[in-house]
Design a protein around this ligand. Structure first.
Ligand code: NAP
Length: 258
């Protein structure tokens, strides 16, 4: 049983759907005050309504993580709505598919600007408020793709997700002076709106390659993020946790047939 985080102020980027919404749901259920951040206001507000209907405290803030001005306004909004900022979940990300032969420099920049630079900008913008908290926490949503595995079409995505892990290791050292921890969750294949768009074949192939024989749920990731944000994880920083149903374990197809 973790010490309750009720009353703490949490920002979750990319919380209008998918994993971010799952993280927001888990934190709101624990009594945290959640700022839901995404670009699409209709989807973001619908998520806030859902969280409130379930008894949670939540507000929406429209922002693009690739914009420094937007990230500064986001941090200010958390303080304005919820009186401060204790936890940043840097989760917003995109995963368009493009094989190297057809990938343009612009394709590369779009993915890196959102996933990697967006993470840096969110952390940097939230730093003053997290420092003020005295027990700041950052949880980054990385992936198994890049740091551990590869998948055709995702060389830019994999680079961005591996880059996030390089980022947190030095950030952890710098932030430690301010009693802020930074860790990363590394999801495998999680059932989300974004993953659904990859099609039935992708989902079936992935499910078959997971020893636990199911895709992960967004709550599976939310629960891991909650651990990193908890008082009990106060001495854990610069670390990663793979949540993939065992997908990265099999050495061969034979290992999946047992
Ligand atoms: P999703 O269902 O497509 O949701 C993405 C969320 O991010 C949405 O709320 C979206 O809202 C927001 N977003 C995208 N670009 C943004 C931007 N520039 N600024 C602000 N918000 C932005 O995706 P997901 O599957 O939940 O993925 C979420 C994170 O988990 C990503 O970092 C992804 O790399 C990671 N991940 C996912 C899986 C998986 O299996 N699903 C596995 C490993 C890692 P708007 O479009 O309205 O902005």
């Amino acid at each position: 049983m973790l010490t309750p985080i009720s009353g703490r102020s949490v920002v979750v980027t990319g919380a209008s759907k998918g994993i971010g919404k799952g993280i927001a749901r888990v934190f709101a259920r624990q009594g945290a005050k959640v700022l839901v951040v995404a670009r699409n206001a209709a989807q973001g507000n619908a998520t806030v309504e859902e969280l409130r209907a379930a008894g949670g405290t939540a507000a929406f803030h429209a922002a693009d993580v690739a914009s420094w001005e937007d990230m500064q306004a986001m941090a200010a909004a958390a303080v304005e709505h919820h009186g401060g900022l204790d936890i940043l979940c840097s989760n917003a990300g995109i995963f368009p598919s493009s094989k190297l032969i057809e990938m343009s420099g612009e394709d590369w920049d779009t993915v890196l600007n959102t996933n990697l630079k967006g993470c840096f900008l969110a952390v940097k913008a939230c730093l003053p408020a997290l420092r003020e908290s005295g027990r700041g926490r950052v949880v980054v949503t990385s992936s198994i793709t890049g740091p551990v595995t590869g998948f055709p079409g995702w060389s830019h995505y994999g680079a961005s997700k591996a880059g996030q892990l390089g980022f947190i290791r030095t950030a952890a050292i710098e932030l430690a002076a301010h009693h802020i921890t930074i860790n990363a969750v590394m999801p495998g294949n999680i059932a989300t709106e974004g993953l659904d768009e990859l099609g039935e074949d992708y989902l079936a192939t992935m499910t078959a390659s997971i020893p636990l024989k199911r895709l992960g749920s967004v709550e599976d990731i939310g629960n891991a993020a909650l651990f990193f944000a908890s008082d009990e994880a106060a001495y854990v920083t610069g670390q990663t946790l793979v949540i993939d149903g065992g997908q990265t374990l099999p050495e061969s197809l034979e290992a999946l047939e047992t």
